[in-house]
Structure formats: structure tokens, C-alpha cells
Write a protein that binds this ligand. Structure first.
Ligand SMILES: [Zn+2]
Length: 221
């Protein structure tokens, strides 16, 4: 089974950055592993660390929108989410960035999220595998993720912190996973690419993702 382009591809999705410490480490790990990824950024951080955003792009990676304020769509109004998205896109545009993809905070999708995305000119994205769902040693988690990989899989990782984060464990864990995950995927015949490159069939499914719930998982697992 391929993604329709003849390549077998998966994507790594980073969220809650950029971060001056963790994004740099993540970028170095990705470079070492020979993989490219998508970074769903928060605009308050992009404003503070524009040079990190520049490094992401210089590495051949993709920038997507995560959020301005870290608003859970299910706890917010459509107007608030629309306004947050407009401000965030304006900020990114002032930095020369026009993202195509949008991973909402916590991966939660409200009934209005698809409409807001269309008005903002964005396509909703969603991870299909969250390594945090697995338990055990890093090796156990890696085995669990590898067992669930299929063409078009999007693996959730972190290179920053949302407002509720209590420590840097998600970033530390993500960094630890990168090289091993990319290698395991490669051994299974997968190339690790940015989310927008995982193939037309997959992106069509992403566009159809907005059913209310958490997380928005468009694929059977
Ligand atoms: Zn987040």
C-alpha cells in the first residue's frame, strides 16, 4: 500500500514551539536522522524567537499553525477561535510565513472548526498516533508506535510547552524518540516527510477530519 505517489511516507508533527532550547535540539536530531517534519507553532513564541522559526525553515521543514492563545476549541466560541486564528496568521505573515495546515490545541475539533479553517484558508491536520498513549520503557513505546505505523501516519511530538505544561518531559521524550523512530520507519520502508507531503489521499482525509471529539483521528488505527 502506498500513499498514491509511489512513496510510503509518514510524518512527524511537532507542536507548542518554537523553543530556544528544545527546537534547536529537535532540529539537530532530525538533521542527524535525515528526516524533515512539520512544526505547528504558537505565535507568541514565534514572535519571541523568530530566529528559531528561521532555522526550522532553513532545515527544509514545514511550519503549520498551532494557535495564538492555547484555546481548546471545545471550550471556546467560534468567534474567539476565528479571531485567534486571524491574529496568529497576521503575525506569521509579518514573518513571511503563510501556513497551509492547522493543528488546533490538544488536537480537539469543535463542530465549527472546519468552517473556521476554511475561512482562514487552512486545512485541519491531526495526528494519528500519540506515543503518549503507550506505556512502558522508551523501547516499549517505540515498539507500540512502530506497530501502528501505516502509510500516512502522523506521529505527535513536542518541541515546546503549552500554558498548562508542568515540565519539559514531553520535549525530552520527543527528542529521545526522533532518531529511533525515523530509523524504525525507514526499516519498515517509510520515508519521514512533512505532513503536507504525505500524499494527496491522506490530505483529502485530513480535510474531512472535523468531527467533534478528541483527538481528531481520520484514520482507523
Ligand atoms: Zn498545544
Amino acid at each position: 500500500m502506498s500513499d498514491g505517489t509511489g512513496r510510503r511516507t509518514i510524518a512527524l508533527s511537532f507542536e507548542d514551539g518554537p523553543d530556544p532550547v528544545w527546537t534547536r535540539r529537535v532540529l539537530a536530531a532530525l538533521q542527524g536522522a535525515g528526516a524533515r517534519a512539520t512544526f505547528f507553532v504558537t505565535t507568541p513564541r514565534a514572535v519571541v524567537w523568530p530566529e528559531i522559526v528561521g532555522r526550522i525553515l532553513a532545515g527544509g521543514h514545514e511550519i503549520g499553525l498551532h494557535c495564538g492563545r492555547h484555546l481548546n476549541h471545545l471550550d471556546s466560541t467560534e468567534a474567539a477561535i476565528q479571531a485567534d486564528g486571524e491574529i496568529a496568521l497576521k503575525i506569521l505573515k509579518s514573518q513571511g510565513i503563510e501556513p497551509a495546515l492547522w493543528l488546533p490545541p490538544c488536537g480537539t475539533i469543535a463542530p465549527f472548526s472546519g468552517d473556521v479553517a476554511r475561512r482562514l484558508g487552512l486545512r485541519l491536520a491531526a495526528w494519528t498516533i500519540d506515543p503518549a498513549d503507550a506505556t512502558g520503557s522508551p523501547q516499549d513505546v517505540l515498539d507500540s508506535v512502530a506497530a501502528r505505523l501505516q502509510p500516512g501516519s502522523i506521529v505527535r511530538l513536542h518541541d515546546g510547552f503549552d500554558e498548562s505544561a508542568v515540565d519539559d518531559e514531553p520535549c525530552r521524550f520527543s527528542l529521545e524518540m526522533i532518531a529511533r523512530l525515523v530509523e524504525r520507519a525507514r526499516n519498515l520502508g517509510y520515508e519521514t516527510v512533512p505532513v503536507s507531503e504525505i500524499g494527496p489521499r491522506t490530505l483529502d482525509l485530513l480535510a474531512e477530519a472535523p468531527a467533534a471529539g478528541h483527538p481528531a483521528a481520520p484514520f482507523p488505527s
